[in-house]
Design a protein around this ligand. Sequence first.
Ligand code: ATR
Length: 279
Amino acid sequence: MNIVNGKTKVLGLIGDPIEHTGSPAIHNLLASKLGDDAIYVPFRVRSKRLEEAVEGAYALGIEGLNVTVPHKVEVMQYVTELDDAALEIGAVNTLARIRGGYKGYNTDFSGFMRELDSLDIQVNGRDVIVLGAGGAAKAVIYTLNRLGARQIYILNRSIEKAEEIFGDQPGIKIMGFDGWKSIPSDKYICIQCTSVGLSPEDEACVIEDEGFYDLIESAVDLIYKPKETAFMKKVAAHGGKAYNGLRMLVFQAASSYEFFMKKEVPEEIVEELYHELDS
Ligand code: ATR
């Protein structure tokens, strides 16, 4: 980490809780790899003080902030400008300093896009299965649509909740987890966006039924702790390729960093960072 001085750019994260965040490690490593004079600090911000926190951050000259649970939607009210993708997704995870305030972005979207690209998973014209309909799924589904997915099957525990969020979108079919049986027999790309299987519940898997996994050609589980989830093990056992969410985490961090620092992060640095965090 760099030694802080009078010119050091301050970056950070606002959320509640923030104790277990991995973002400071990633951003501080990025700053040091790029030789930037910047430091990234986590700030616990209670919901009722969010507006004050954003205003205060601007007054303090903070260059950029990531935004995490529970502020990703609420914070949209307090930005000076909003990126189109963030507006469509309905969530902001990055605030980059501009004149008079912050511009809000969603880099879960750009991070996921870069993850698919780096894994050479081609979505255009394909049918895709998405498990989950929460905040992460919103950015994933937006990305899949942007990349030209033909049909998206959303399987969620609460069908009603998924209908509320995605029900009016063309090319989307919503069902419960049992609904996979009605999906035409073929090979699909599948994105696992629920929190099921997240450490310490390592053994849990959102769909236990082995038959489901015959449908999967390649899958991304957004979870990265554990490194190989029970879901990924099942995909692999049925001959599919399975990847965890670490790439997306690193890519979204790199995209945020680019907005904060207004410079490009070379792809080889992102790869290097990914391999260091994966080891
Ligand atoms: P995130 O921001 O990580 O997406 P979220 O918005 O809370 O978090 O969404 C969590 C997702 O995991 C939802 O799809 C949720 O299903 P519901 O919409 O029915 O709540 C899903 N999820 C969480 N716990 C689950 C469980 N035990 N079984 C099945 N799905 C679960």
